[in-house]
Design a binder for this molecule. Structure first.
Ligand code: ADP
Ligand code: ZN
Length: 293
């Protein structure tokens, strides 16, 4: 099958062509402007390739519930030009093929669960720590939506005792994203995150927040493995710090074989940063197979 994949981000739209084995044949990147400017470019790309189905992993919040009246819409996003835009219908109408739709992080979770490091596990999680923080949850062969979709970057955390920074999230002071996403690190310490690589206190604090979040996720979802990605995780020293803090905060409460080996419980993404686009290919596979029945 010839499948289209769209990783729709706030700054760029990555459009790719691939197949059901996760192979990506080609891709282009288009800056995210307004729907009026950006949609025709993406449609022209996919139309020319004559794809059988399209999978979209989208920045949010979105409505991924096929039973809802606003299914396929990008809903209350701060990117105002895209607010209340029905991206699924726009592609369906223009391309005439089945379209799968989910959050960008759910797509990454699906990419890892289908082709990558969480393949074969019944329940797994993908967390991105970048410009924002979000998590996708894969559970028993599906992606978790519930009433909308998880917004696991906005969970409330205990502050680090040495942290007087107010937080960057306009809604919540001490939410995870407000305290620990890239822009929060940069505002708190007054430098680009990448320029803070040699400041241990920066990463100790960052690990304190990420580990707290992961402990909460373990308690709530009981994932069998947690995959971490996003720009901030390029600081690979974070992994050891997170595992150490996680162990301390867990305090021996949960005893499973997975938690005995934190090196394989808390892991970096495995698909060379293609987990998102490969997950979109799998969303296209799902859309195509639903369409056939
Ligand atoms: P997005 O979340 O917008 O898709 P990224 O996942 O690349 O994009 O995240 C961008 C954020 O990650 C920025 O805030 C940036 O400061 C931070 N970042 C990018 N590269 C690094 C790095 N090498 N070390 C630390 N932080 C980084
Ligand atoms: Zn928040």
């Amino acid at each position: 099958m010839k499948l289209g994949a769209l990783e729709a981000g706030g700054t760029k739209m990555v459009c790719a062509i691939g197949d059901e084995t996760g192979k990506v044949f080609e891709r282009i990147s288009i800056p995210t402007k307004t729907p009026q400017e950006t949609m025709p470019e993406m449609i022209a790309y996919f139309r020319e390739k004559q794809i059988d189905a399209l999978g979209i992993g989208c920045f949010g919040p979105i409505d991924p519930d096929p039973k809802s009246e606003t299914y396929g819409y990008i809903t209350s996003t701060p990117k105002l030009a895209w607010q209340n835009f029905n991206i699924v219908e726009a592609f369906k109408e223009a391309l005439g093929c089945p379209v799968g739709f989910d959050t960008d992080v759910n797509a990454s979770a699906l990419g890892e669960a289908t082709f990558g490091i969480t393949k074969g596990l019944d329940c797994s999680m993908y967390l991105t720590v970048g410009t924002g923080i979000g998590a996708g949850i894969y559970i028993n062969g599906e992606l978790l939506h519930g009433m909308m979709h998880p917004e696991a970057g906005h969970i409330l955390l205990q502050r680090h005792p040495q942290d007087s920074y107010g937080g960057k999230c306009p809604f919540h002071g001490n939410c995870f994203e407000g305290l620990a996403a890239g822009p929060a690190i940069e505002e708190r310490w007054g430098k680009k995150a990448v320029q803070l690589a040699d400041r241990p206190e920066v990463w100790e604090m960052e690990a304190f927040y990420i580990a707290q979040a992961l402990v909460n996720y373990t308690m709530i979802f009981s994932p069998m493995r947690i995959v971490l990605g996003g720009g901030v995780m390029h600081q690979s020293q974070l992994f050891a710090l997170i595992r150490e803090k996680y162990k301390e905060l867990m305090a021996g409460y949960i005893r499973t074989k997975e938690l005995e080996d934190l090196d394989s419980y808390i892991v970096p993404y495995s698909l060379g940063d293609n987990q998102g686009i490969m997950g979109c290919l799998q969303l296209a596979v799902w859309a195509e197979s639903k369409y056939r029945v």
